[in-house]
Design a protein around this ligand. Structure first.
Ligand SMILES: Nc1ncnc2c1ncn2[C@@H]1O[C@H](COP(=O)(O)OP(=O)(O)O)[C@@H](O)[C@H]1O
Ligand SMILES: [Mg+2]
Length: 349
């Protein structure tokens, strides 16, 4: 059964179609990312699920029950949903314990025990009497998470949960948060504009654009088999080579490869840098390698991104480990050694 189900949900603000027909299922116990650029409707989608907004049309279900749709509208406090806001929204003058207890409202019975339990779960058992300003950013976020989990919700919604943390902390905190969500056994939907975050944290990723979900899949599926050129380019680095599809194969400057499901005619071949390898010496000829010239190199320590110019003058990037060190002017053999995506060429405007 789906823990969250959205069926053709629309929400307009004046002329702005913030959410424009979102259909999405999140399975029980799953960590799902809603990934898309700023302004594509992610926060609005969470607010609709939480009950802070009413959909114009469509239906929303949580734990198998309709929470919004037709004449039904369940108020936020009756939805069994925990929410972690982008800025955490902790009460600054209250202790950690009081912040978490607040989520339990008047359910005083057993509240103290439950507060201790969730603080243990998020690893803050010893810090209950502190105030938020006495905590690090990562700890504040765990307080927000503890508060969201306190009422044993069916579903936790997190809005850009890591955007307030600096880069060094972010990678560690997100794995901690994932472990906490799994330990709590709760279904989670988190919103992010950060591709790496979505790919590294989620069991499944829903890619959103202009109020719509363009593709849903495992991180490997959306990255490796993007449904459109837009999804491919949003999810990671990619260069485009023009090609021609004929009878299920596409020919482009670098190679001739399978192009399943694409009709004959002009096509675009999207090549990710890690699918391009470079080696010394002239190309042996044939269909799978060409000669190129290194024009630029970006060094990142753990790897390097090398820009090469192909005989046509087109440029392609190759990502590889830090060795060998390539220099501008080097003549190299350029070879395709990974998957590519093929799309019918966009019709001229
Ligand atoms: N309360 C509102 N009134 C008017 N426009 C809004 C409101 N909330 C969101 N929007 C608009 O809806 C679109 C989607 O916003 P939002 O859901 O916040 O996007 P995201 O979280 O993906 O950045 C944006 O164009 C935004 O300006
Ligand atoms: Mg937002």
């Amino acid at each position: 059964m789906s823990a969250i189900r959205s069926i053709a949900v629309h929400k307009h603000f004046g002329g702005c179609r913030a959410v424009d027909g979102v259909t999405l299922d999140v399975e029980e116990g799953e960590v799902c990312a809603l990934l898309g650029p700023s302004g594509c409707g992610k926060t609005t989608m969470l607010r609709l699920l939480a009950g802070f907004e009413r959909p114009d049309s469509g239906c929303l279900m949580v734990g198998g029950e309709i929470v919004a749709g037709g004449k039904t509208f369940v108020s936020p406090e009756r939805r069994r949903i925990g929410m972690v806001f982008q800025d955490y929204a902790l009460f600054p003058h209250m202790t950690v314990e009081a912040n978490v207890a607040y989520a339990l409202g008047r359910r005083a019975e057993g509240a103290a025990a439950r507060v201790r339990e969730v603080l243990e779960l998020v690893g803050l058992g010893d810090l209950g009497s502190r105030q938020p300003h006495e905590l690090s950013g990562g700890q504040q976020q765990r307080v927000a998470l503890a508060r969201a989990l306190a009422g044993t919700p069916k579903v936790v919604l997190l809005d850009e949960p890591f955007s307030g943390l600096d880069a060094a902390l972010r990678a560690r905190v997100r794995q901690e948060v994932r472990a906490i969500l799994l330990a709590a056994g709760v279904t989670a939907l988190f919103v992010t504009h950060d591709q790496e975050e979505a790919l590294s944290l989620a069991d499944r990723v829903a890619v959103m654009r202009d109020g719509r979900v363009e593709q849903v899949g495992t991180p490997e599926e959306v990255y490796g088999r993007p449904a459109s050129r837009w999804v491919a380019e949003f999810l990671g680095e990619a260069d485009v080579l023009p090609g021609t599809v004929d009878d299920g194969w596409v020919d482009c400057e670098l190679a001739r490869v399978r192009a399943e499901g694409v009709g004959s005619g002009d096509a675009e071949v999207l090549v990710r840098p890690e699918s391009v390898s470079l080696s010394l010496g002239p190309a042996a000829g044939g269909r799978t390698q060409v000669e190129g010239v290194v024009v630029e190199r970006e060094f990142f320590g753990h790897d390097q991104l090398v820009h090469v110019e192909l005989p046509s003058g087109r440029r392609l990037r190759s990502r590889s480990l830090s060795h060998p060190v390539w220099h501008p002017g080097d003549r190299v053999r350029v070879q395709l050694d990974g998957p590519v995506s093929v799309y019918a060429a966009a019709s001229p405007a």
